[in-house]
Design a binder for this molecule. Structure first.
Ligand SMILES: Nc1ncnc2c1ncn2[C@@H]1O[C@H](COP(=O)(O)OP(=O)(O)OP(=O)(O)O)[C@@H](O)[C@H]1O
Length: 256
């Protein structure tokens, strides 16, 4: 579904991405791990189009998307969520979902005048879909609260819900477990599993929570210093000496 080929990225003299190649199969949940500063978020930025690679190429569903703008990638089904959820603070939770739906006729001034019925019908459909999504992410009870006032974990669920308002094919999830309590974390995992198993979503997931990576991800890719150290199933990656040194060793050391 996605392949990143020999990506490099320089920020001034600093090389954040160093000949990094990954490929992601359709309907997989790929875990992206690595120590702080390994280049995981930079890789997401390159895939989503927030940054352009210095060299290398990105192919999505057979098309070279390296030169496409983020909105063009989004229109092709490549959707990204953020470490810190980017909700619209003053809009309600329901409105936040409705905002995401692509190609709404009401966005075009003329169509509001020329075909108000069509616009209203489309808005009703979007609202109905948003209500279904709210039910799925179990946030119906806070539908009319301003999104800026809901909890961090609820914002993560809302982010996941916002991907469901789009025609997402590949979802880039940036630390879905960060700052989320254990109960809500299990709920987020179940939602990801459902979207993957029942709706055929493909995910790439950056996460520092190893339990979540172990439960959800196959394969797991470990990065360090802007490149891939190893790819494999969780157990293989976890026991690789390079990984232990670069990442898990660092965590184990921190516990002593
Ligand atoms: N816009 C930028 N300008 C300069 N340096 C940057 C920029 N973005 C990232 N970097 C650097 O690139 C390196 C990789 O950062 P990145 O955020 O991709 O790491 P990460 O693996 O996501 O880390 P973390 O797990 O801490 O989020 C870091 O050394 C970071 O300081």
């Amino acid at each position: 579904m996605l392949s990143c080929e020999k990506l490099t990225k320089f920020f001034g003299p600093f090389q954040a991405m160093n000949d990094c190649s990954i490929s992601v199969g359709a309907n997989s949940i790929t875990g992206l791990i690595g120590p702080n500063g390994a280049g995981k978020t930079t890789l997401f930025n390159l895939i989503a189009g927030a940054h352009r690679p210095t060299s290398g190429k990105i192919v999505f569903l057979g098309e070279d998307i390296s030169d496409l703008a983020p909105n063009q990638r989004f229109a092709r089904g490549l959707v990204r969520t953020f470490q810190i959820p980017h909700e619209f603070h003053h809009l309600t939770v329901l409105e936040n979902l409705m905002m995401v739906a692509p190609h709404q006729p009401g966005e075009r001034f003329l169509s509001n005048w020329l075909s108000p019925m069509t616009t209203r019908r489309a808005e009703r459909q979007t609202r109905d879909k948003a209500r279904d999504v709210l039910e799925f992410i179990e946030l119906t009870h806070i539908a009319s609260q301003p999104a800026g006032l809901i909890s961090g974990g609820q914002k993560k669920l809302l982010e996941l819900g916002r991907t469901m308002m789009t025609d997402a094919k590949l979802v880039l999830l940036d630390e879905p477990a960060a700052g989320v309590n254990r109960t809500l974390l299990r709920k987020i995992e179940q939602k990801i599993e459902y979207l993957h198993d029942k709706l055929g979503y493909t995910f790439i997931l950056i996460e520092h929570d190893m339990e979540m990576i172990e439960r959800l991800c196959q394969p797991v890719i470990c990065m360090a210093e802007g490149k891939v150290l190893i790819e494999g199933d969780f157990r293989t990656v976890r026991s690789d000496p390079q990984v232990l040194e670069a990442y898990l060793g660092e965590r184990a050391g921190a516990k002593q």
